[in-house]
Design a protein around this ligand. Structure first.
Ligand code: C2O
Ligand code: CU
Length: 485
């Protein structure tokens, strides 16, 4: 074989050898298989780790307004950013690491950072009133916590959340397994995809957070400009036949992301709190606001072919699908080299013990629109968040939340600080089993979830992750105390 190509230039030999290797083996080095610079257009700014200790990730985040290039000729002016970029810097850590974030608020309004999905102590949850005071303009706060679970998480303010997130304040926190885990067998070509949208005027400035008035709040505001890692329709390179691992988070204030890649399926291996106990193959992937998805995608097609990842309207209630069209969100440009033979995807199911719903304490939560005099108010069990008493719980309790939806719009139900398992119709944890913190409650539908409350007393929020709804009152608290209180 080597003798056969003898006499060709050194470069040709390398190319031939690399493609021969790639064609017969699924584990060629990643850099040799994907086209050069394949993910450059989507690369997130990464937070710089200031601590040499490998078990400590120490970063700085500054909330500030900035002008941001969005690609496709678009510029966002005066966006609210973490450290000047939208999304904010990607923070990388390994399971068990200590994460320390020196946060500086340079915005003109008070804010905080909430670590969505991370099992932090209450002092680090970023919820004013429940866990910390608001961080005033010009002030600082240090978030310091351990990341106990591998998975993709994200961060965003918990003050005026709809406005803040809509204006650009969000970023991803990727917690990987330490080396030597079963995840080493997964495709090494990994991409974090932060999906969001923004409402811009023609001159690139932000539309006011209350644009569209009460109807905007009732529906949940969706920005007209869809962003993937802060870019408008960026291009991703791919080698046909080579699997990529996409770690997706929906950071939009209201928009549901239903994604389709014509002629392809997605193998979903995980979600909010890491890997599931078995994979599912899906023709479309749905990621609701706040939710995450860990999917394997193997682009296929002819060399040089262009594929489009599309956003497909999802029926979350009136106005979500009527007169709306699918939109391209990401272009996938296949390499000019021939396809490689797809590798067999290993089984990397996580061992997750199902929670036993039998002894769980039932809690009914009814999501509804409350009668109003002029101002739209949403609430849970008849009360808006500002009037609602907390749900009392004791450390060690397992609670079953039966969430019913009295509205003609779906709501993404999110619980802070604790994962839950979603129950199926028979009342057992739904297969595949996974740890979740955000789940869809369909319009006029219902869902039940179980959560076990561990040793972290405090006031833990739950709310609709259509942030316009949360701000309009669709929030509540679990007051977790030591037994005996
Ligand atoms: Cu992303 Cu209160 O949550
Ligand atoms: Cu809602």
């Amino acid at each position: 074989m080597t003798r056969g190509v003898f006499g060709l230039g050194a470069l040709s030999i390398v190319v031939l050898a690399a493609s021969a290797l790639a064609a017969c083996s699924g584990d060629a080095a990643p850099g040799d298989v994907q086209p050069p610079g394949w993910d450059e257009a989507l690369r997130l700014t990464e937070a710089v780790d200031l601590d040499p200790d490998p078990a400590v990730v120490h970063v700085e985040l500054v909330a500030q307004t900035s002008t941001v290039e969005l690609g496709a000729g678009k510029v966002g002016r005066g966006l609210w950013t973490f450290s000047g970029s939208v999304p904010g810097p990607l923070i990388r850590a390994r399971r068990g690491d200590r994460v320390r974030v020196d946060f500086v608020n340079q915005l003109p309004t008070p804010t905080t950072i909430h670590w969505h999905g991370v099992r932090v102590p209450i002092e680090m949850d970023g919820t004013p009133g429940a866990s910390q005071p608001e961080v005033e303009p010009g002030e600082r706060f240090t978030y310091d916590f351990v990341v106990p679970d591998a998975g993709l998480y994200w961060y965003h303010p918990h003050v005026d959340s709809a406005a803040s997130v809509g204006f650009g304040l969000y970023g991803a926190l990727l917690v990987s397994e330490p080396p030597g885990s079963v995840e080493d067998q997964l495709p090494a070509d990994e991409l974090v995809l932060v999906l969001s949208d923004v409402s811009l005027r023609a001159d690139g400035t932000l539309l006011p957070a209350d644009a569209g008035g009460e109807l905007g709040t009732l529906f949940g505001r969706e920005g007209e400009t869809i962003l993937v890692n802060g870019k408008v329709r960026p291009t991703l390179g791919a080698r046909a036949g080579r699997a990529q691992r996409w770690r997706i988070v929906n950071a939009a204030r209201s928009r549901y992301f239903q994604l389709e890649l014509a002629g392809h399926t997605f193998t979903r291996i995980g979600g909010d709190g890491g890997r599931m106990n078995s994979a599912v193959v899906e023709p479309r992937i749905l990621v609701i606001p706040g939710e995450r998805a860990d999917v394997l995608v193997t682009p296929t097609g002819n060399p040089g072919e262009i594929l489009k990842l599309r956003w497909i309207p999802y029926d979350r209630g009136y106005g979500s699908t009527e007169y709306r069209e699918a939109e391209d969100v990401l272009t996938i440009a296949l390499d000019a080299r021939p396809a490689v033979a797809p590798a067999v995807i290993p089984n990397v199911g996580a061992a997750i013990a199902p929670l036993d719903p039998a002894g769980a304490i039932p809690v009914s939560l009814h999501l509804e629109q409350l009668s109003t005099d002029g101002k739209l108010v949403l609430g849970i069990n008849g009360l808006p968040s500002w009037d609602a008493p907390p749900i009392e719980a004791r450390i060690g309790d397992t609670l079953r939340f039966d969430v019913t939806n009295g509205m003609d719009w779906a709501h993404p139900f999110h619980l802070h600080g604790f994962f839950f398992q979603v129950l199926d119709e028979g009342g057992a944890p739904r297969a595949p089993i996974e740890w979740k913190d955000t789940v869809d409650v369909p319009k006029l539908g219902q869902i039940s979830v179980v959560a076990r409350f561990d040793e972290r007393p405090g006031m833990w929020m739950f709310h609709c992750h259509i942030l316009d709804h949360a701000d309009a009152g669709m929030m509540g608290m679990v007051h977790l105390q030591h037994p005996g209180h």
